[in-house]
Design a protein around this ligand. Structure first.
Ligand SMILES: NC(=O)c1ccc[n+]([C@@H]2O[C@H](COP(=O)([O-])OP(=O)(O)OC[C@H]3O[C@@H](n4cnc5c(N)ncnc54)[C@H](OP(=O)(O)O)[C@@H]3O)[C@@H](O)[C@H]2O)c1
Length: 162
């Protein structure tokens, strides 16, 4: 099963200049708890932005650059092949970004874990694809109000493909 996990602003904003637009420990905790022990798939740019493999998970980095090397990760030169080979695996596999990879994965995904950040970010340069109501049904919704560590209100949601 292929799942996507992302945190997005009011207009689908994901990032700017290869970084996140916020520092939200509560969302980081949600991300860690949801993906721990699973395989995570990410684009080369997201890997570069994180700077290291995520612990306690199998990390797959996709790049078209056949010379790309990094310690502690599996490298794939084709996102399509990787998704096809894991689609029917028993485990839940998580696509963790970024924009290019979400765009190419959403049609193959079975489930979305979206943290909606209740704020617009006009400077963003990377966006999540539109979540089409005709295709995706919201099955969970949990609100989290901002506090001294988390600047914005959040909504932890899950969507299943109809
Ligand atoms: N808010 C969130 O939840 C979240 C999550 C993750 C990332 N982000 C943000 O998203 C931004 C990065 O996203 P991005 O769209 O710029 O880059 P990205 O999706 O992380 O990576 C794009 C790279 O992936 C490789 N790639 C793309 N399609 C491929 C395919 N079909 N097969 C093999 N490799 C493929 C290419 O690498 P090569 O150029 O090496 O060939 C491409 O340059 C950053 O700002 C980051 O902070 C946000």
């Amino acid at each position: 099963m292929i799942s996507i996990i992302a945190a997005i602003g009011k207009n689908g904003e994901l990032g700017r200049k290869n970084n996140l637009l916020w520092n939200l420990p509560e969302d980081m905790r949600h991300f860690r708890d949801t993906t721990r022990g699973h395989t995570v798939i990410m684009g080369q740019k997201t890997f570069e932005s994180i700077g290291h493999p995520l612990p306690n998970r199998r990390n797959i980095v996709v790049t078209r650059n056949r010379a790309f090397k990094a310690d502690g990760v599996d490298i794939s030169n084709s996102l399509e092949d990787t998704l096809n080979s894991l689609k029917n695996a028993d485990e839940e596999v998580f696509v963790i970004g970024g924009g290019e990879i979400y765009r190419q994965s959403i049609e193959k995904a079975d489930k979305l874990y979206i943290t909606h950040v209740n704020k617009s970010f006009p400077d963003a340069d990377t966006f999540f694809p539109k979540i089409d109501d005709n295709i995706w049904q919201k099955i969970k919704n949990k609100k989290y109000l901002n506090d001294n560590l988390n600047e914005y209100d959040l909504e932890f949601t899950e969507y299943l493909k109809k």
